[in-house]
Design a protein around this ligand. Sequence first.
Ligand code: SME
Length: 161
Amino acid sequence: MITTTSIDKKTSKKTQYEVLLAQVKSITAGESNRIANLGNICALLKYEMNWFWVGFYFVENETLVLNTFQGTLACTRIKKREGVCGKSWGENKTIVVSDVNKFEGHIACSSITKSEIVLPIRDENNNCIGVLDIDSEFLNTFDIEDKLGLEQITTFINSIL
Ligand code: SME
């Protein structure tokens, strides 16, 4: 059985992300199935960090298609440059949105989401092949430390796909 120690929210974000990365490595060690690993990564991130929604979209026929996720129902397809996910894919960079209502073209899968971060998932040539989307029910949840910490996690995810 996989067990993880809960992240101490009283420690710095840097420390929390170090623990989270170690957990991601630990729960995927020895497993090569992509769905199994991505599904467990979504569960780990959502329940360790108490985020509202965590999920992956992957590019299929020039559209982002919903993949493994944890949370409420979500839009299944997103076009390039549409919404936060489509922008992250189109620009191949992390997008932090502190207030989704101020982001032009935001795709509201749930009215509960108030802020979000979307990070590219890349192949070995650095092309964006999908995104990791994380939504929070609070404003201003994600800052530069979350961006850096999560980018270390997506760099690891890229290496196991
Ligand atoms: N809000 C995202 C859409 C995906 S859902 O939040 C799960 C966007 O604007 O791209």
